[in-house]
Design a protein around this ligand. Structure first.
Ligand SMILES: Nc1ncnc2c1ncn2[C@@H]1O[C@H](COP(=O)(O)OP(=O)(O)OP(=O)(O)O)[C@@H](O)[C@H]1O
Ligand SMILES: [Mg+2]
Length: 284
């Protein structure tokens, strides 16, 4: 674990963002629900077959909470994140972010990292990272210090003019993470963002993500297959049942903040991972 402090300059803010940050225009301050899923179902129609991917998901993620989702492959984790991001419509139930019903993607208060990096192959690293800034009309000059800091944070300095096909899979995923952070969203939806990284880079990214989360007020919903990663990063871990995905149990992580790598050897950490493993093991 390095002792380098994360220095991420703030992105220029819109008046609406300032309202959210200050609590103006919201129901209450501390403990405000930022992501809300109320009885969410998702039915996929595949030809003449229909498949329930999600059943009766109700979940409230509060301001500055870091919540992970774990569950067997195919249990609906990506589907849930896509519905919350507005990329897929829920078949039933209601989803809201910052008190506003989710009906379409492209909100400025949300940063997304997909299971695959989803970079534009005709744009360089720097141009890919700048994409949300362009979408939300932020000027290049105002965002430049943040882009430089993100390139450093994700260890991509020196690769800013490379195209995606000139980068490894792990590097492409780091570009996607920098892109999700560039406009300084208050909500981060991350679908196995570190799945393609080697163990050492993954650990570094875990620590850096914790630093960003501890330094800036972000609410994070994070999908992972790695139970240790889930326990290290999270306040709470949602364990999903096998398909159709519903919530089996929500496990609190009794570790203080800031999180440090030596906590991986603490009794509380080991017990949490054991509990998560047991819950998943009792699924068919
Ligand atoms: N477009 C689609 N049409 C029909 N069925 C789909 C579609 N996308 C996903 N599914 C089905 O929905 C279920 C949940 O898929 P999803 O990708 O959300 O799972 P997941 O938990 O993210 O899996 P993994 O851990 O492997 O990424 C699976 O049974 C999958 O086959
Ligand atoms: Mg998935």
């Amino acid at each position: 674990m390095s002792s380098r402090a994360p220095v991420l300059p703030a992105a220029p803010r819109s008046p609406a963002q300032d309202d959210v940050a200050s609590g103006r225009g919201t129901s209450s301050d501390a403990g405000r629900v930022v992501i809300s899923c109320d009885d969410v179902h998702k039915l996929y129609l595949a030809g003449r077959r229909s498949v329930y991917a999600l059943k009766a998901i109700s979940l409230a993620v509060r301001e500055r909470e870091f919540v992970s989702i774990v569950g067997r492959s195919g249990c609906g984790k990506s589907t849930l994140l896509h519905c919350i991001a507005g990329l897929l419509p829920a078949s039933h139930g209601e989803i809201s972010i910052n008190g506003e019903r989710v009906e379409r993607p492209g909100r400025r208060d949300v940063g997304l990292v997909f299971q695959t990096s989803a970079l534009l192959r005709w744009r360089t690293t720097r141009e890919n990272i700048l994409l949300p800034a362009e979408m939300f009309g932020l000027s290049r000059e105002s965002i430049e210090p943040r882009v430089r800091a993100l390139l450093k944070l994700t260890a991509l300095d020196g690769f800013e003019h490379h195209y995606p096909n000139q980068l490894s899979g792990g590097m492409q995923q780091r570009v996607a993470i920098a892109r999700a952070l560039v406009h300084d969203p208050s909500v981060l939806l991350m679908d196995e963002p570190f799945g393609a990284l080697d163990a050492q880079t993954r650990e570094t990214m875990n620590v850096e993500l914790m630093r960003i989360w501890e330094a800036t007020p972000k609410t994070v919903l994070f999908v992972t297959h790695d139970l240790q990663e889930a326990a290290f990063l999270s306040n709470r871990v949602v364990v999903m049942t096998s398909a159709p995905g519903s919530i089996q149990e929500i496990v609190e992580v009794p570790l203080p903040h800031p999180r440090r790598l030596d906590m991986l050897y603490s009794g509380a950490f080991v017990e949490t991972v054991k509990r998560l493993r047991e819950l998943l093991a009792c699924q068919r």
